[in-house]
Write a protein that binds this ligand. Structure first.
Ligand SMILES: *Cc1c(COP(=O)(O)O)cnc(C)c1O
Length: 379
């Protein structure tokens, strides 16, 4: 058995990456919207069944585009989970909105619809929902609230490419969806992202916003004979170099997902007895959801024992980090947000969560080593 360090996450290498990169470098086209952008976009649309998809430079920039498309402004409030990555909130704050923090469900780490309902005001224009770990949030309740109160739902689907809720692909259930291709995510190109859209009119505007406010996309399709400044916008189009790597990764999507699910299933089948003996909560997936094996988490009864478990694993050469300092208690959260009800479960989740190493090439022997190390710990 190896005593090498087991790192938490290792970016996948797809077989075609180098050949694709070489093809771009040998062409005279490395700016965006070339053949690899088209090919990667088609693969994303096939996986997500989204009517429209646009590659972006990151999930953060896709969220910024969502804020622009929904015309969010200083009079608006956007509800975001307190237990979230910074981009989820800062992309909204960039539009001058007030971020209103809502709490999560302790079992899933996902936004609690009751907490959203309690945070609604006449100024609520959007709710950003994360499908934490690639397990769908409580979409039935959130869609019902959106129907009644008329807010938009933005799905920050950084974890959930290929996941489903009641058969519906994540990222296509709300008004707009975003994906991340950062190298810590299931599919990556170093840094990258995508915006998923179902609405024709939003799509027409999105491709202009993404291209510095111009109708260059229409020009490339031959629909206009020159392109010009049409609207506000920015530079959210990734280069062909990124798209070339992304296209190779997406071609290997099934291999990536099979590897990740093998590891996830390994943890899920080996840990329940130990968890029951030690009052530890394991990640669970409700029956009406297909998850993406983006991460495998467990929660200890206290923060002190969580920190002890992380040190114990560290001493055995295993990296198992926690994450997400609750946004409502972070410096920018105080300045740019409002917390109508204390987000106590976000704080508890953040204080007790551990994530185990998970990447597609983790061997069965390494999974067994992680399981042995975890189960040797008495909580
Ligand atoms: C990674 C991540 C992001 C940011 O993705 P980038 O592509 O790095 O901008 C946003 N939201 C969540 C939930 C994430 O995990």
């Amino acid at each position: 058995m190896s005593s090498d360090r087991i790192i938490f996450s290792r970016p996948f290498r797809a077989r075609q990456e180098l050949a694709n990169l070489e093809a771009v470098l040998n062409s005279d086209h490395s700016h965006g919207d070339g053949a690899f952008t088209a090919s990667a976009t088609a693969k994303i649309k096939a996986i997500t069944e989204a009517p429209h998809a646009l590659l972006t430079t990151s999930c953060t920039s896709a969220l910024e585009m969502a804020g622009l498309l929904l015309e969010l402004g200083p009079d608006d409030e956007v509800i975001v989970p307190s237990f979230a990555f910074t981009s989820t909130a800062t992309s909204m704050a960039l539009r001058g909105v007030t971020c209103v923090f809502a709490d999560i469900d302790l079992a899933t780490g996902n936004l609690d619809p009751a907490s959203v309902a309690a945070a609604l005001t006449p100024r609520t224009k959007a709710v950003v929902v994360i499908h934490y770990g690639g397990v769908a949030a409580e979409m039935a309740e959130l869609l019902a609230l959106a129907d009644t109160h008329g807010f938009a739902i933005i799905e920050d689907n950084a974890h959930g490419l290929g996941g489903r809720w009641r058969g519906r692909p994540l990222g296509t259930i709300g008004t707009l969806g975003t994906l991340s291709f950062h190298d810590t995510k299931n599919v990556h190109c170093g840094e990258g992202g995508a915006l998923l859209l179902t609405d024709e009119i939003l799509m027409a505007r999105a491709e202009i916003i993404r291209e510095k406010g111009t109708d260059r996309a229409r020009f490339l399709r031959g629909a206009v004979d020159k392109y010009s400044w049409q609207d506000i916008g920015s530079s959210y189009l990734p280069s062909e170099l990124n798209a070339a790597v992304l296209d190779a990764q997406l071609a290997a999507f099934d291999v990536i997902q099979a590897g990740r699910h093998r590891v996830w299933d390994g943890y899920a089948s080996a840990l329940p007895d130990w968890a029951a003996r030690n009052d530890v909560r394991l990640m669970t997936v409700p029956d009406d959801r297909e998850h993406t094996a983006h991460l495998y988490f467990l929660r200890t009864p206290t923060e002190a024992r969580r920190d002890d478990l992380i040190s114990h694993l560290g001493s055995l050469g295993i990296s198992a980090p926690f994450h997400y300092v609750p946004l409502d208690s972070s410096p920018a959260g105080f300045k740019l947000g409002r917390t109508p009800n204390p987000c106590v479960r976000s704080a508890e989740f953040s204080g007790t969560v551990v994530r185990l190493p998970l990447w597609p090439d983790l061997s069965d022997a390494q999974v067994a080593r992680v399981v042995d190390a975890v189960t040797a710990f008495t909580v």
